[in-house]
Design a protein around this ligand. Structure first.
Ligand code: ZN
Length: 672
């Protein structure tokens, strides 16, 4: 019997034959697809013909056809609907796929062809997109060490292997510290805690084999404890344990691990010819240089610190009113801030939810895309990969644009969080290929399904990523859709969240699921102003972490990272009652892998851009302004990675993003 993953997919829209695929088909399909891809790549590298763009780069683009198809289906299923068999296969595939990726970048004959094209590039008559793709291919090879020979190449391999070990160790140490600590709570210690915290503490107690409730260092338990517990003594013990993760001495202490990681990263960057690890990491990003990152962070820092100082004054007043003499401490901030929030912005979630039914919010999400980009959505019948999954054909003026799948409900087989993946991405090379895009969320399944405000934002966020994939209009798959710089990829998603907050959108779509009545105006106002609450604190704790991350990677690696951390914070004048969101010994973003090293800033970079981009609509006087929407599609949503991000952004906005819209959005402008 033929493997349905490898046979031609003849269903409507070229959808994968979901109903026919068995778990046992994946392993053999990957074997065949990998060996086909290897043969195709060897054919390109070893051919006698002189290198041309077509026989090298374009050929590489099409070399992994079956592998793309099989991976697209498998990795989506492995995250959204996992089984033991799928998990086992994922573990088995991880080293095979990474070995395959390094085989390509280590292939000297292939790199020689790319170098020959690079040297002759100006005489090749390349289209701008082809020049861009050639540049990116060469950069990918160079950055993974293709130019190195002999001892340097061997050392780079060693450094990378050691970094992988240390990154894993950092994460495991942190997990060990988080698992080891808990605090038993007596019944009277539960006073003042909301039911969901009490329930979570009792569940944690049972899980740890204790008789009563316990507090653990899990963010979802300790943060609400710090928010709600009136017991200042317990808050202090809990807080101090929380910030000591990774710095408790002994075998799980991460401080020496961090120092070794930083030294090896510096060595890796120098081997590749970069002055610092930050210079290496930022090269492909929109920010480009450490100076640009620092400049942005510092422009946000000063107003955030002023706002935090004003808030600290108000909170300290509440502390005094409770009869406590000392200054406001880090374990006090969340508690008094929550009290203040309740007084000023309290929203009754239970009363809000009936206005945020999933059907209503899908209507809003599709409705905004129709007004902005002229897209139409028609629900199509499955079967898809799980009975909960729904599908829509996306068209414009009668032409097929994409297939969009929505997989919205939590289930045991789905990993937590929310994401967007392309089961098939857009490209034109080798024949027009339109995308199949999946949004995966973890909403509670109810009858009907009612969302929280956070859920509704997530729905819009992931759909922003989906639009980036669906509206993609480029030739090469290598740069299509969301294949853009890390500090640029969240722009479409965070930007799309803004349309959920347009009062007219809420008025039209946020209607009570039973009565059809619109959301009361007072509720809407509270909802829309709650977003700016306590942003001085949030911004200060974030920016401090981002600046420490930058300092670690910018110059010579510090022998004592903790001393450097203290120095940076002192230089900033860090407020007493706020600490870094992630201190060095538990800064997993930066140390338990390469993902966000010298890159923690990128969350804020994206937020600066989404606020600035939405301001373009506000300046035009209409959140659906047709010309601004057309520019957004032409220069950003359809352009993928066809140009450097700053070029794309400048084409859309006429200039680089400014921080004013972010400061306004976070409510940081009012304290001058
Ligand atoms: Zn996102």
């Amino acid at each position: 019997m033929t493997n349905p993953l490898l046979a031609p997919w003849t269903a409507e829209f070229g959808l994968p034959p979901f109903a026919a695929i068995r778990d046992a088909d994946f392993g053999p399909a990957f074997e065949v697809a990998l060996s086909e891809a290897r043969a195709a790549i060897a054919g390109i590298a070893d051919q006698a013909a002189a290198p041309t763009y077509a026989n090298t780069i374009a050929a590489l683009e099409l070399a992994e056809g079956a592998l793309d198809r099989v991976s697209g289906v498998f990795y989506n299923l492995a995250g959204a609907d996992s089984t033991e068999a799928r998990e086992a296969l994922m573990r088995e595939l991880a080293p095979k796929m990474s070995a395959f990726a390094s085989e390509i970048t280590n292939n000297k004959r292939l790199f020689a062809r790319i170098e020959a094209l690079w040297a002759a590039r100006d005489g090749l008559g390349l289209e701008p997109e082809e020049m861009r793709v050639l540049t990116l291919y060469r950069r990918m090879f160079v950055r993974s060490g293709a130019e190195l020979e002999g001892a340097a190449a061997a050392r780079l391999t060693e450094v990378k292997a050691r970094l992988a070990v240390l990154g894993t160790q950092f994460g495991q140490n942190l997990l060990a510290d988080e698992r080891a600590w808990f605090m038993q709570l007596a019944e009277e210690d539960l006073e003042g805690l909301p039911d969901f915290v009490v329930d979570a503490a009792r569940a944690a107690g049972r899980e740890r084999g204790q008789n009563g409730p316990v507090l653990t260092l899990s963010r979802s338990l300790i943060v609400p404890f710090l928010q709600f517990s009136p017991r200042r003594d317990l808050r202090r013990v809990a807080y101090e344990a929380w910030v000591a993760r990774g710095a408790n001495g002994g075998e799980t202490d991460n401080r020496a691990v961090a120092a070794e990681i930083l030294a090896l990263r510096e060595e890796r960057a120098k081997l590749l010819g970069y002055p610092s690890f930050a210079a290496f990491k930022l090269e492909p990003e929109m920010a480009k240089t450490p100076e640009a990152v620092r400049d942005l962070l510092m422009r946000v820092w000063a107003p955030a610190k002023r706002k935090a100082a004003a808030d600290a004054g108000a909170l300290e007043g509440m502390l005094r009113a409770d009869g406590i003499a000392g200054p406001l401490e880090p374990w006090d901030w969340r508690y008094y801030s929550e009290k203040r929030r309740m007084a000023e912005h309290d929203l009754d979630e239970a009363a809000l939810k009936p206005y945020l039914g999933l059907e209503a919010m899908l209507g809003a999400m599709f409705g905004c895309a129709s007004r902005l980009f002229g897209l139409e959505f028609r629900e199509i019948a499955g079967p898809f990969y799980h009975p909960d999954v729904r599908g829509w054909e996306v068209t414009r003026a009668g032409r097929h644009v994409a297939v969009f799948l929505g997989d919205y409900f939590a289930r045991a087989s789905k990993r937590s969080g929310a994401w967007c993946s392309a089961m098939r991405s857009q490209r034109k090379l080798g024949g027009e290929q339109r995308p199949i895009v999946v949004n995966v969320c973890n909403f509670a399944k109810g009858e009907p399904a009612l969302l929280s405000w956070d859920d509704a934002r997530t729905l819009f966020h992931e759909f922003g990523h989906a639009l980036h994939q669906m509206l993609s209009d480029v030739t090469h798959g290598f740069i299509s859709g969301t294949s853009v710089a890390r500090d640029f990829v969240e722009l479409p998603s965070q930007l799309y969240e803004h349309w959920l907050e347009v009062p007219a959108v809420l008025e039209k779509y946020a209607r009570h699921w039973q009565t059809g009545a619109p959301m009361p105006v007072d509720m809407r106002t509270r909802l829309l102003t709650a977003g700016t609450y306590d942003q001085g604190f949030a911004t200060v704790e974030f920016v401090a972490s981002a600046l420490v991350d930058l300092a670690f990677h910018e110059g010579a690696a510090p022998a004592d990272p903790m001393a450097m951390q203290d120095e940076v914070l002192e230089g900033l004048g860090m407020p007493r009652a706020i600490r870094m969101r992630h201190a060095t010994p538990h800064f997993a973003h930066v140390f338990s892998g390469d993902g966000y090293s010298a890159g923690y800033y990128s969350y804020m970079w994206s937020e600066v851009m989404d606020a600035d981009a939405f301001a373009a609509f506000e300046e035009a006087g209409d959140p659906f302004h047709p010309e601004v929407a057309a520019r957004l599609e032409r220069h950003i949503l359809s352009a993928g990675g066809s140009e450097e991000a700053e070029v794309l952004y400048t084409r859309f906005r006429g200039r680089m993003p400014g921080v004013e819209a972010l400061l306004k959005g976070r409510g940081l402008l009012e304290v001058a």
